[in-house]
Design a protein around this ligand. Structure first.
Ligand SMILES: Cc1ncc(COP(=O)(O)O)c(C=O)c1O
Length: 406
């Protein structure tokens, strides 16, 4: 039995929607993207959504909108995919890394301690699809003494007059806290529609705007759309209509628009979101109920009072008492059985780029402790119960073989 880690969910409906785009005579940004943006905004209850070609480009554009520049700081967790920090660096600013909680999301007390008069934004990550503690983060940024520290340097920052809360919601489409979608709890949420994500467009991202009432989210969407297409006043679809050739370039934008042919995949998957979530939960629950029998397993955090509803993006299992080397051996044992597992994540301070910039893993003990014992098990709707049991059976064999080597 061969078990891949996270194959995309491609059924006949997805193929039909993509074929429809291919046959329509229009394959780049156009009606499918428009429909996807409207459906996502509706689904996660945010005023406006803008589809782009990745989470990374969406985050860069959002931070550029806020005027992020060299000398500014953005607080991020050390335990995430590198893109979280690299989006900040792409704007010339400095990511300030802090450690995580037991649920693998950013430690809000550490966030508060890390705020300085250079802090322009907080960029927490809904790791594995678990929403961060946004209520506490909001309380922090609204504290008078924290607001006083904020140093607005442009009209947008003056209008907000506090730190921007922008979430890395690459994993958490559809996740909720206290009945609210993540995008309702932050100023901007950026989703990823990368191939391994719960909803995918092969590559893609969505900027979800929920800025407070002093901003006009509708006109901001127009600005983001224009900036995602080189700062061009007319989108390609409109410009392609007979006689509609003239355009202007009014700002230095980026070329990060999502093509219709990609949007078609996500559009079709989104219509089945509830089914896909239910199937992810089936896999997740089957792993949990089996693994709770083993005292060596540290199961993914589950919110006890049900105030949080995760999107079941990953199953980040931890194995008590093992070394990093033993974790790697378990992964290799599983790989020999053709079961692909993964590690989410190598903390950023362990990666060469960040090490060379002076980030030191010793400052992030919780991230390192999680990393060295973490193994993400395959989790996707297509996984059958028989396949799940095969993964579990081999995980137990792998653990026993590695431990008995001692
Ligand atoms: C937590 C997190 N942030 C950001 C990204 C970057 O997403 P994209 O590949 O869409 O730029 C990913 C993708 O793997 C991710 O897992």
């Amino acid at each position: 039995m061969k078990i891949p880690f996270s194959p995309p969910y491609i059924d006949d409906d997805v193929i039909r929607e993509v074929t429809d785009s291919l046959r329509s005579g229009w394959i780049t940004t156009g009606p499918k993207v428009k429909a996807l943006e409207e459906e996502i905004a509706d689904f996660i209850c945010c005023p406006q959504a803008i589809a782009v070609n990745s989470w990374t480009s969406g985050a860069i554009l959002s931070l550029k909108w806020f005027g992020l520049k060299a000398g500014d700081e953005v607080i991020v967790p050390a335990y995430t995919y590198c893109a979280t920090a690299m989006a900040v660096m792409d704007c010339g600013a400095t990511p300030v890394m802090v450690d995580i909680n037991e649920d693998l999301t950013i430690d809000v007390e550490e966030v508060e301690r890390a705020i300085t008069n250079k802090t322009k934004a907080i960029l927490p990550v809904d790791l594995a699809g678990q929403p961060c503690d946004y209520n506490k983060l909001r309380q922090i940024i609204n504290k008078p003494e924290i607001q006083k520290l904020f140093n607005p340097e442009n009209e947008i920052q003056k209008t907000l007059n506090r730190i921007l809360l922008i979430s890395d919601s690459a994993h958490s489409i559809g996740a909720k806290a206290n009945g609210k979608n993540v995008a309702e709890l932050v100023d901007i949420a950026v989703l990823s529609l990368h191939a391994v994500k719960n909803i995918t467009s092969a590559e893609g991202g969505v900027i979800c705007l929920n800025l407070p009432k002093q901003f006009n989210n509708e006109s901001l969407k127009k600005w983001f759309k224009m900036m995602s297409l080189n700062g061009q006043t007319k989108d390609a679809f409109t410009k392609s209509q007979a006689g509609s050739w003239r355009y202007d370039i009014v700002e230095q934008g980026m070329k990060i628009n999502m093509p219709d042919v990609n949007a078609a995949i996500a559009l079709s998957q989104l219509q089945k979101y509830n089914y896909l979530l239910q199937e992810r939960k089936r896999v997740y629950d089957r792993y949990r109920s089996f693994l709770q029998k083993y005292d060596w397993s540290i199961l993914p955090y589950q919110n006890k009072d049900n105030t949080k509803q995760a999107s079941y993006h990953l199953f980040p299992l931890r194995i008590k008492g093992i070394s990093e080397k033993q974790r790697n051996e378990i992964i290799n044992f599983m790989a020999e059985k053709e079961i692909a597992t993964n590690v989410h994540y190598i903390p950023m301070p362990l990666l060469t780029l960040f090490k060379n910039k002076g980030y030191d893993i010793n400052n992030y003990p919780k991230s390192f402790a999680v990393y060295k014992q973490e193994i993400s098990l395959p989790l996707y709707p297509q996984l059958t119960n028989e396949e799940i049991d095969f993964v579990l059976e081999n995980l137990v064999l792998a653990y026993e073989s590695v431990i008995n080597k001692l």
